[in-house]
Design a protein around this ligand. Sequence first.
Ligand code: PLP
Length: 398
Amino acid sequence: MTDSTKPADPSAWHPDTIAVRAATQRSQFGEHSEALFLTSSFTYENAAQAAARFKGEEAGPVYSRFTNPTVAMFEQRLAAMERMEAGVATATGMSAILACAMALCAQGDHIVSSRSLFGSTYNLFAQLMARFGVSTTFVGQNDLDAWRAAVTPRTKFLYVETPSNPLLEVADVAALAEIARSVGAELIVDNCFCTPALQRPAEFGASIVLHSATKFLEGQGRVLAGAILARKQLIEEKFIPYMRTAGPALSAFNAWLLLKSMETLSARMEKQSRNAQLLAERLAAHPGVKVVNYPGLPTHPQHQLAMRMQNGSGGALLSFEVTGGRDHAWRVIDAVKVCSITGNLGDTRTTITHPATTTHARLTQEARDAAGICEGLVRLSVGLEYVEDLWADVSQAL
Ligand SMILES: *Cc1c(COP(=O)(O)O)cnc(C)c1O
């Protein structure tokens, strides 16, 4: 394989250019589109070379559980887009979050996490990790005093999604990074909702950026994937050994789909966010809607902060509370004809979800109440359709 990138330094490029051009490795055939290496293992010239590769004394692929060239192109490209030094790809977003907990914590260690979380992430910290002696303190996303009070010398990382799912709360990443630094902990930001096309948490001090690449990065609802981006030393010392030992590897085929999808990421995010902004404005003026949660609206409590961190965009996700509780929310969802009723988000197709009974149904009523996920809440992940068709659909449903 030869490195196709011109002598130009990709770290100087804008993320839009990186998304299309960075980290392409060409084989001896000079293919223009990235090659798909569907192979579990790799061969060697002789036994000594095999030994050197296994020991890590010679660079080069060994086994696709931790060194596949197609997966490596995805890891390097996403890391460059996030302004991080290195990355590892995982089979799903959840396996990336589990990898952080397993690679960074041991029995007796501690996590501080926002209470506003993707449902499975909440369960991973509150139940699964607790069984192994890793405790988590949950705090309000924007209660900085609570974050400060919660950290201890055993805190290994602070964890936040911004904007959060499904209430679109925006976190002050720079302030959280300072609190993390004060106890030598990492700050992990789940950047799933914005993607590096809109927001790069490393620029505000996050030391680890995490993705469910299942969502906007792939963008067409075809694969499950995840990724962890961080400084090179952390990736090499903690995450590659974890991937080699525990094995939640991303398949080369899925990495290849992601490489193709990421080329259009910025164009998709731009139009999907523009569609979301218009729908949010019209929903906010609708009599059947109590509240609209969307960072692009001036009424959003962290609107200014969101505009600073998200490159002036509100993103493609919004949620709104109807006036009549669960029955009303379900009636709206049942009446849509264009939007898909599904739990996924980040697709080119607009999706509509009732968080309290689907994505966040496994939470206890208490945890849902604490997180503010009420029965009248409906989440929209806005797609690439013509926006007037979307508004006609949502407004007739209301
Ligand atoms: C979907 C999602 C995850 C989990 O990702 P999977 O790829 O489904 O495992 C984590 N965080 C957020 C914010 C998500 O939306």
